[in-house]
Design a protein around this ligand. Structure first.
Ligand code: PMP
Ligand code: GLU
Length: 398
């Protein structure tokens, strides 16, 4: 048989989803494992949103819609962005697709020519680098450290720019670090991008999840020239607990981006489900109190997780201000043998902890941070307590 695409054959399965599958398999096999794998809110989708979908089906909204989403939905998204972030986007600058993931993928195929470089600060969410490669781009990884709160500096960004640089990925709040950039930090990074005419792929999917009373600032709100360089990626998955509905969007400062993206999607995917669009419109326009309530619960869980983790000998973590992840530093465990396995990096630790401690966490090797594992606190406080009890026991007994 003929060979498959070389580029696509090199793609690794998503490390986050792989952990989840393994965790679910172990559970199905009757093994009492606890999971901190894929970051997915454990709350149910709010009732008003579910009802909007049911009503849409009853009303016959079961047909094709325009590829980038109904005008009503795109206007609802524009309203929410204005309301929450103070940014104006015309509805025809917005493209709705199958979750933020598909919007990011579409952004890459819209922007990139073979060999174009995309600057990606590490630690990064695992799918960015693969999406860039799948679209014949080159991920240029810039390492950040715990000492700098895992935030890329303007100088690091400037140093990474070459003639081939096309775009910069700015995930704020960040998965996996949970760090949130301040307005001043964003301004300095955006200035570098504008100076070199780089697109800013601003993934703000966690924007509603900021803690300690911090107000989220979108990089696209910092001025018209910056907005024109931005493709803001967002969606309903995390804010409204709608991961399974697959509702994401790209708001494009440069309308050419929206047009090319829509043309390509019209061949590759078409629109997302009409009833899901009705649900997403309700999420954008309806009451927002459930979002605030979920945020409050996440903050409580974060406080508990961080405090207890930092009291455990051998591991530590920074206190994140956003999203729902904690990066646990395992540097002190490197070289130790745990559950019969020599720990050389986070892959080894995650495997040993899963097999010997029955806790699933995500190794950050594929996130560009081999001395860290990621815990998500998008799970109940009871599960978090149990996971930390097991961590304590695992490190004591090994
Ligand atoms: N961006 C980041 C940073 C994420 O963590 C995720 C996780 N799902 C996504 C995008 C994709 O979100 P969606 O479920 O809407 O595709
Ligand atoms: N984004 C979430 C995570 O990082 C969900 C899984 C995924 O889409 O990768 O865990």
């Amino acid at each position: 048989m003929k060979s498959l695409s070389v580029i696509h054959s090199a793609v690794q399965p998503s490390a986050t989803l792989a952990v989840n599958s393994k965790f679910k398999q172990m559970k199905a096999d009757g093994i009492p494992v606890v999971g901190f794998g894929a970051g997915e809110p454990d709350f149910d989708t709010p009732d008003n949103i579910k009802e909007a979908a049911i009503q849409a089906i009853r009303e016959g909204q079961t047909k094709y819609t325009p590829t980038p989403g109904t005008v009503q939905l795109r206007k609802a998204i524009a309203f929410r962005m204005k309301e929450d972030l103070g940014i104006e986007f015309d509805y025809d600058a917005i493209v709705v697709s199958n979750g933020a993931k598909a919007c990011l993928y579409a952004t890459m195929f819209t922007l990139l020519n073979p060999g174009d470089e995309v600057i990606l600060p590490a630690p990064f969410w695992v799918s960015y680098s693969e999406m860039i490669s799948m679209n014949r781009g080159v991920p240029v990884i810039v390492q950040t450290t715990e000492a700098q709160d895992f935030k890329i500096t303007p100088q690091q960004l400037e140093d990474a720019v070459t003639e081939r640089t096309k775009a910069f990925v700015l995930n704020n709040p960040s998965n996996p670090t949970g760090m949130v950039y301040t307005k001043e930090e964003l301004q300095a990074l955006a200035d570098v991008c504008v100076k070199h005419d780089l697109y800013i792929i601003a993934d703000e999917i966690y924007y509603r999840l900021c803690y300690d009373g911090k107000k989220f600032v979108s990089v696209a709100s910092l001025g018209e020239e910056i907005r024109e360089h931005c493709i803001v990626i967002n969606g309903a998955s995390k804010s409204y607990s709608m991961t399974g509905w697959r509702c994401g969007f790209a708001a494009c400062g440069d309308k050419r981006v929206a047009k090319v993206m829509t043309n390509c999607l019209s061949h590759a995917m078409g629109n997302i489900g009409a009833m899901n669009q009705a649900a997403m419109a309700e999420a954008m326009l309806g009451p927002q109190d459930s979002v605030d309530e979920m945020r409050r619960v996440f903050e409580e869980r974060r406080d508990y997780l961080v405090k207890r983790m930092n009291a455990i000998e051998g591991v530590s973590c920074l206190k994140p201000n956003g999203a729902f992840y904690v990066m646990m530093n395992i540097e002190k465990l490197i070289g130790r043998t745990l559950a019969g396995r020599i720990i050389r990096d986070a892959d080894d630790f995650a495997m040993a902890f899963l097999e010997g401690g029955l806790v699933a966490v995500v190794s950050c090797c594929a996130f560009g941070a081999p001395n860290y594992v990621r815990w998500t606190y998008a799970t109940s406080l009871e599960t978090i307590k149990e996971g930390l009890d097991r961590l304590e026991k695992f490190l004591k007994e090994n």
